[in-house]
Design a protein around this ligand. Structure first.
Ligand SMILES: [Zn+2]
Length: 214
């Protein structure tokens, strides 16, 4: 059976991390928790957070894997369209440029932000916070870096872009031969890998460590 500690309510020791129940909004102060233990709301029993084992190692491993996939996704050709003897290759960045040239400025900015810049900010933010944590040294601005990571998280929309690509491939497939490039595969994998990295982050542990540094 899962261990579910009942944390004290707000007003307990100052060193404790504060967390609000996502179900009933009751604020709790969470003491340091043993690995794999979960803290539950005293009022409604919802799981407040779970202490994730090897969170630092797993976050770093998935983030580094994600960064490699990202480099492949950005540099290699995304799609190749063959129509007769004409072959046209597109990349993630040239796709954005094409949108801009076709006066789809807002769409171009959205794709640039949600699919290229934000995933990169997320991964660099994670590395900036987690590498020093793993090697036990302090860096400046780790708190704002982690806050930035948390704020941009909802703005990563690679899944929607990938869906758009797949629809375009099916539609264009009738007019030309579409050859998916290495970047499409890398981009598709990146969606999963980045999600694994984000899931591996133990937010409670990070705030505890960053809080004790300041
Ligand atoms: Zn609750």
């Amino acid at each position: 059976m899962e261990m579910c500690a009942q944390p004290p309510l707000d007003g307990a020791k100052k060193t404790m991390h504060q967390i609000a129940c996502h179900e009933c909004d009751l604020v709790h102060s969470i003491p340091p928790m043993p690995t794999r233990a979960a803290a539950c709301c005293v009022r409604c029993g919802a799981v407040l957070f779970r202490n994730k084992p090897d969170s630092i190692d797993r976050t770093l491993a998935w983030t580094i894997a994600g960064l490699v996939l990202y480099c492949v996704a950005v540099t290699f050709p995304f799609l190749a369209m063959k129509s007769g003897s004409i072959v046209q290759k597109t990349s993630l960045l040239s796709g954005v440029r094409n949108l801009y040239q076709q006066d789809e400025t807002i769409l171009a900015i959205l794709v640039l932000l949600t699919c290229i810049l934000i995933p990169l900010i997320q991964m660099l933010g994670l590395l900036y916070v987690f590498i020093p944590m793993k090697l036990n040294f302090r860096v400046k601005y780790a708190v704002p870096a982690f806050r930035l990571f948390q704020h941009v998280k909802p703005w990563s929309m690679m899944e929607i872009y990938m869906l758009g690509i797949l629809i375009a491939m099916v539609k264009l497939g009738k007019m030309a031969t579409i050859v998916p490039g290495l970047a499409v595969i890398a981009f598709g994998l990146l969606i999963f890998v980045l999600n694994f990295a984000i899931t591996a982050v133990d937010t409670h542990m990070v705030w505890e460590r960053l809080g004790s540094e300041s």
